[in-house]
Structures are given as structure tokens and as C-alpha cells.
Design a protein around this ligand. Structure first.
Ligand code: G4F
Length: 330
């Protein structure tokens, strides 16, 4: 069988790293779209993922996407690129709409206008943020593929546009465009701006005497937190399925930030995190998603997907990683 080729947008992000590793192990030739001149992450990506061929391009620049698709000639495109921080999207809503929303249309058009509508499969990174977590649309056993959407941030709204335009291209042009509705997925590669990694990094630094306190926003919101490595396997499985569709990936459990704090501090032998954690309004959002819980039954039944890392295992591996990284600073 000829070697398969994949193009990943968002190659510098957490999921881009995990997915490149998986596809490389599966024998793919992997191309990654990288944004801007002298991107500060480029050297790190080249060192970490030496088998990935980087192509310059930007989701807001259609010409660059056409060029990237022509260069890679991919069997599969994984559109992971986005402005993905919910808090940031409130401060930069128009940029978020351009990148996270209209950028999806640009990727789909680049595939279509280059004559690859039938040959190339597209994975669109949809998100649980589209559900919004309000009481009225929250099913007891978790959101599934049929649940009602009510996004609560410019990011969630932009992602919902991306989700619907992806489905529209599936229905209008018969393109294989599959949407993974992924709940929060974390790990050692997670950016420090997200709450889980912010906590595990601070816990390691507090343990080592490098930091004394940690400033956070609200601690009561609950998330369905899984491990990113498990979730990129799900992305790949749904892209291999015989039919393009929507699939929820989640753990089926939800935990508050307080619970995350308790487990993370316990990993370094600190029983009470309260003296170390300060509240800061700077990390609160104009509208909050109170609780997210997903029902991954469809992906489990149809794709045979199952997450392997549980909540305590996720916290353990993130704290262990950050202890190892931070120990180099002492
Ligand atoms: O870690 P977060 O920033 O993730 P959030 O907002 O749930 O979004 C993540 O998951 C989505 C999937 O549901 C993705 F689509 C999205 O791209 C991203 O990966 O915040 C989690 C919770 C929020 O309730 C937030 O208000 O933590 C709360 N929080 C409290 N203090 C904080 C902080 N979040 C951050 N980032 N930093 C804080 O200091």
C-alpha cells in the first residue's frame, strides 16, 4: 500500500504533537502548517517532531492554504489550528471569529478548489464548548452528538460556525468531513495558560520552593477531563471510519477545579492547598461554562474507542512531568 500523507494545521499545539507521533508510528508522511515568520515554536517543533515537514501558512490566508494543500497533496487533513483559549477569545473576539470560525471554511475551500473534494478526508476539531453547560440543555448522562448547542464564549460561537460549515460541506459536496466533538483533554504538552497545566506547573514549583502562591479564577466549574494522547487516537479512528460523521470523545466523568487541586497537591505531599491558592478576578470570564460532562457511547460502540488514562492518572502524570521539568531549575 502506498504511504499515506497527512497535513496537520495547529502543528505547534498539544494535539498537533500527539497526532504527529501517532501518524508517524502508523507510517504516514506528515506535513504541518506553521504560522508566521520566525515562529518562536518552530525550533521546538523541529527538535521534537523531526519527521514532520513544515509548510508556512495561516488559517486566515486562503492562498497559503491552497499552496499547503498543493504541496502536501494529503490523503487526510486534520484541522486542529484555532485560537483555543476561551478567556483570550473574550478579549479578541474578531480575531477568534476569523481564525477559529472562518478559518475552517478556508481549509475546506482549499481542499475543494484544488480538486481534492473526493480524495481527501478532513477532520474538524469541534469542541464541547459548543454545548455551554447551562441547566436547560444538560442531559443527566452527558452531552452527546444530538444535544442542543448553546455556546457561551466567542470561541464557542466561532467553533460552532466551524462545526456547521464542516457538516454543510459534507452534505453539499459529499466531502468526507468528520467532526470530533472533544471534551477537555490535557497532558504534559498542554499550554501553561490552561488551568490544569497552570496548576501542575505551580504545584511542582511550590514543592521545589520556586513559587509560593498560585492565582486562579473560579474553582467550582466542572470539566470532563481526559488525556490528550487518548483523544488523538480517537481523532484518527474517526477519520478511518467508512463514513464521515460526528463523534463525542469524553471520559463520562466530571470533576471541579477544586478536585483537580486536591489531587495535584496531594501528589507532592501537601494535604491542604488552600493556603497556597489565591483568588484573582483577572482569570474570571464574562460568561462561564459551569459544568461539562460528555457521553462517549457512540465513539465507543462504533469506533471501539476507549480512553485509557483516568482522572487520577492524568493528574499524576502531569505533576510528575512538571516536577521533572522544574527540578532542572534548582
Ligand atoms: O483550562 P481552561 O482554560 O479550559 P476551557 O475553558 O474549559 O477550554 C478548554 O477546553 C475546551 C473543551 O471543552 C476547548 F475547546 C478549549 O479550546 C480549551 O482547550 O479553563 C477550565 C476552567 C474554566 O471554567 C475557567 O474559568 O477553569 C477555570 N479557571 C479558573 N481559574 C481558569 C483559571 N482557567 C484558566 N485558563 N486559568 C485560570 O487561572
Amino acid at each position: 500500500m502506498a504511504q499515506r500523507t497527512a497535513l496537520i494545521t495547529g502543528i505547534t499545539g498539544q494535539d498537533g504533537g500527539h497526532l504527529s507521533e501517532l501518524l508517524h508510528a502508523e507510517g504516514y508522511r506528515v506535513f504541518g502548517l506553521i504560522r508566521g515568520q520566525n515562529n518562536p515554536r518552530q525550533m521546538a517543533v523541529e527538535a521534537e517532531l523531526p519527521y514532520v515537514s513544515l509548510i508556512e501558512g495561516d488559517l486566515t490566508d486562503m492562498t497559503s492554504l491552497v499552496r499547503a494543500v498543493d504541496t502536501a497533496d494529503p490523503d487526510e487533513v486534520y484541522n486542529l489550528a484555532a485560537i483555543s483559549h476561551v478567556g483570550y477569545s473574550f478579549k479578541n473576539p474578531t480575531l477568534t471569529a476569523d481564525v477559529t470560525g472562518k478559518g475552517v471554511l478556508n481549509v475546506l475551500e482549499a481542499v475543494r478548489v484544488t480538486g481534492r473534494a473526493e480524495a481527501t478526508r478532513v477532520y474538524q476539531a469541534s469542541t464541547s464548548e459548543m454545548f455551554g453547560g447551562l441547566d436547560y440543555n444538560r442531559p443527566g448522562n452527558g452531552y452527546n452528538e444530538e444535544s442542543l448547542f448553546h455556546p457561551r464564549s466567542p470561541y464557542g460561537v466561532a467553533k460552532l460556525y466551524g462545526h456547521w460549515i464542516a457538516k454543510n460541506y459534507r452534505e453539499s459536496y459529499g466531502m468526507f468531513v468528520t467532526c470530533g466533538i472533544l471534551f477537555n483533554h490535557e497532558g504534559e504538552r498542554r499550554g501553561l495558560e490552561f488551568v490544569t497545566r497552570k496548576i501542575t506547573n505551580a504545584v511542582a514549583r511550590i514543592k521545589l520552593g520556586l513559587q509560593s502562591t498560585l492565582e486562579l479564577g473560579d474553582l467550582w466549574p466542572k470539566r470532563d477531563w481526559g488525556y490528550a494522547g487518548d483523544y488523538v487516537r480517537g481523532m484518527w479512528l474517526m477519520t478511518q471510519h467508512h463514513k464521515a460523521d460526528d463523534f463525542v470523545l469524553a471520559t463520562g466523568e466530571t470533576h471541579s477545579i477544586e478536585e483537580f487541586l486536591t489531587l495535584a497537591f496531594a501528589e507532592v505531599g501537601i494535604d491542604d492547598w488552600r493556603p497556597y491558592v489565591k483568588h484573582s478576578a483577572a482569570f474570571m470570564r464574562p460568561a462561564e461554562v459551569d459544568i461539562l460532562l460528555g457521553d462517549p457511547s457512540k465513539a465507543e460502540d462504533i469506533l471501539g474507542w476507549k480512553r485509557e488514562v483516568d482522572f487520577p492518572g492524568l493528574v499524576r502524570r502531569m505533576v510528575a512531568h512538571d516536577l521533572a521539568v522544574q527540578s532542572r531549575h534548582i
